[in-house]
Design a protein around this ligand. Structure first.
Ligand SMILES: NC(=O)c1ccc[n+]([C@@H]2O[C@H](COP(=O)([O-])OP(=O)(O)OC[C@H]3O[C@@H](n4cnc5c(N)ncnc54)[C@H](O)[C@@H]3O)[C@@H](O)[C@H]2O)c1
Length: 261
């Protein structure tokens, strides 16, 4: 029996990259999964995790249960509708992985434009805020507690070159995580975050294929390599499951030692 049997999980940004891997990982442990994707997403898949097949189809083929839905996490009404859809489909919500995220491009602050701030903060910080709000409201209605997992980044814990706004948005996620965890700990709602290092996805495609940058990230990582996308599954399942029942408000670096120094 899987560690998440009988649980219902919602994953944002689940059509690609880490969200897709996490959705498949939760389903493999028995959770029924709602895989949410952004409205205007093209069906581009990552190079490294079952390319060429949609997330729901992938989970179904692997013997799991999943449905898809659309949601732009910047829009609070859409986020509320996504949570409602989850409850209408599977009867409840137990686990929410707020994974959707974006960044604009690598620049120093003197080259940035207003939109770099607005876009990145809206998707990453406001998106996680909107999701936590709607998910907590549902957990309170159920009176059942629940587990929220926000996806931050090593950039939420330390500075990354040329990523001022991305780092600010990911640091915001670390402290949204702590704050919401603090406010709802007595109601059995646990809120934690993951801070992954660089892994090959659509988000990092250009950096990965730039040899100098790829190598630089390898050199800065004590383990000397990028993260394999599958390496996010264990920490995500741990935070989702009752194995972490006394853990709330933390951010787990999944980073090959990147943030040690
Ligand atoms: N890949 C890495 O190296 C890395 C490292 C640290 C953190 N992260 C974080 O992991 C998460 C997943 O990123 P990824 O690397 O898998 O890249 P990705 O581009 O494959 O996935 C990001 C997903 O978020 C979705 N998304 C973007 N804007 C959205 C919006 N407004 N509403 C709903 N969905 C939206 C995208 O459509 C996409 O499916 C992000 O939060 C990212 O910041 C990634």
């Amino acid at each position: 029996m899987g560690r998440l049997e009988g649980k219902v999980a919602l994953v944002t940004g689940a059509r690609s990259g880490l969200g897709r891997v996490i959705a498949a990982g939760l389903a493999a442990e028995g959770a029924k999964v709602v895989a949410a994707g952004r409205r205007d997403l093209s069906p581009k898949e990552t190079e490294s995790y079952h390319p060429g097949i949609g997330t729901v189809e992938l989970i179904t083929q692997q013997g799991g249960t999943a449905v898809g839905t659309l949601c732009d996490v910047r829009n609070a009404d859409e986020v509320e509708a996504m949570v409602r859809f989850t409850v209408e489909t599977y009867g409840r919500l137990d686990i929410a992985v707020n994974n959707a995220g974006a960044f604009t491009s690598l620049k120093r602050i003197d080259e940035m434009e207003e939109n770099d701030w607005d876009f990145t903060m809206n998707v990453n910080a406001r998106g996680v805020f909107n999701c936590c709000q709607a998910e907590v409201r549902q957990f309170l209605k159920q009176k059942s507690g629940g587990s929220i997992i926000n996806v931050s980044s090593v950039g939420g814990l330390v500075a990354l070159p040329l990523e001022t706004v991305y780092c600010a948005s990911k640091a915001a996620i670390v402290n949204i995580t702590r704050s919401v965890a603090l406010d709802y700990a007595r109601e059995g709602i646990r809120v934690n975050a993951l801070a992954p290092n660089f892994a090959l996805t659509g988000l990092t495609y250009n950096s990965y294929h730039n040899e100098e940058r790829r190598k630089k990230i390898e050199d800065l990582t004590p383990m000397g390599r990028w993260m394999d996308v599958e390496e996010i599954i264990g920490p995500a399942v741990f935070l989702a499951s009752d194995e972490s029942s006394y853990i709330t408000g933390i951010t787990i670096p999944v980073d090959g030692g990147y943030t040690i120094k």
